[in-house]
Write a protein that binds this ligand. Structure first.
Ligand code: CP
Ligand code: NVA
Length: 311
């Protein structure tokens, strides 16, 4: 059977995504440290070309909990820093490891790594953060279930407020089409995903654009945001602070959302910029569950990519 990769949300069918999320829920119920033999004898590389806290630790711990050996490699300290081609790195890693999670900049670099003969996971690129948004879908369905509503994310209204051109905004746009919910992308002019990506989602009625944060949040079941200056855009931080003035997710914005609305942020957060402290720490915030869930969802993703079933 051909190897599978997970480079974007749509590398899974809806049925496969539900299967992975169900598996994640079962793994979350397991006491810590059980199921440590599912991937015994395997090794999984986590290659980071950008900074990371959650992704690095959740992959490393998750791989260990599955009984496999995590190999964490950062650009500095590997031959990547000295210009060894990704393609060569991919071929060599595949001789040692059973899968590769890769955090990088361009899609071209990601696709080069995906030439490896083992499954490759996008652990964030400039153009997408699918492991995060898959986790966010899990977190939303978990929050709904906790309030007695097991009907899932389909048909919901999810608002993404801020830099909609970011990897997060773009993965949310893919997620809306896969999971069949309505996404409202709210951000200043010039900070929207590429027009062709919007047009595809618009054609199927999965997205609307808003040019004001309160309008974006109106009636939303979930209000989601992310930093104004993503990694690789830090040099524009000043210009972006000016462009995003007035776009902070705060109590005023949340007033417009549905009464049961929850707040998500993939973290790290810049309190006082894209979200205020009161909202991040407030009763609607699910950001800490969201961060924890990376562990469970990525474990399920690895089992699925490696074709390992839970007994
Ligand atoms: N949310 C997320 O991917 O966090 P890190 O950058 O810390 O990995
Ligand atoms: N959009 C952010 C996400 C960090 C997890 C970035 O790329 O920096």
């Amino acid at each position: 059977m051909a190897k599978r990769d997970y480079l974007k949300m749509t590398d899974m069918t809806l049925a496969e995504a539900h299967r992975v999320l169900r598996l994640a829920a079962r793994l979350k119920e397991e006491p810590k440290g059980r199921r440590t033999t599912l991937l015994a004898g395997r090794s999984i590389a986590v290659v980071l070309e950008k900074a990371s806290t959650r992704t690095r630790v959740s992959f490393e711990v998750g791989i260990a909990q599955l009984g496999a050996h995590p190999v964490v490699l950062s650009t500095q300290g590997s031959q990547l820093a000295r210009g060894e081609p990704i393609r060569d790195t991919a071929r060599v890693l595949a001789r040692y490891c059973d899968a590769i999670a890769f955090r990088t900049s361009t899609t071209a670099r990601l696709l080069e790594m995906a030439e490896a003969s083992v499954p490759v996971i996008n652990a964030l690129s400039d153009d997408g953060h699918p492991v995060q948004v898959l986790t966010d879908v899990f977190t939303i369905e978990e929050a709904l279930a906790a309030s007695g509503d097991r009907s899932g994310i389909a048909g919901r209204r999810i608002a993404f407020i801020g830099d909609c051109a970011s990897n997060m905004g773009r993965s949310w746009l893919e997620a809306a089409q896969l999971f069949d919910f309505h996404l409202v992308l709210a951000g200043p002019e010039g900070y929207m995903p590429p027009e062709d990506e919007i047009a595809r989602a618009r054609a199927t009625g999965h997205v609307t654009l808003a040019s004001d944060p309160r309008e974006g949040a109106a009636g939303a079941d979930v209000v989601n945001t992310d930093v104004w200056a993503s990694m690789n855009h830090e040099g524009e931080a000043e210009r972006r602070r000016a462009a995003f003035a007035g776009w902070t997710v705060n109590a005023g914005v949340l007033e417009e959302a549905a009464p049961h609305a929850i707040v998500l942020h993939c973290l790290p957060a810049h309190r006082g910029e894209e979200i205020d402290d009161e909202t991040l720490e407030g009763p609607r915030s699910r950001v800490w569950d969201q961060a924890e869930n990376r562990l469970h969802v990525q474990k399920a993703l690895l089992l699925w990519l490696l074709g390992v079933e839970l007994a």
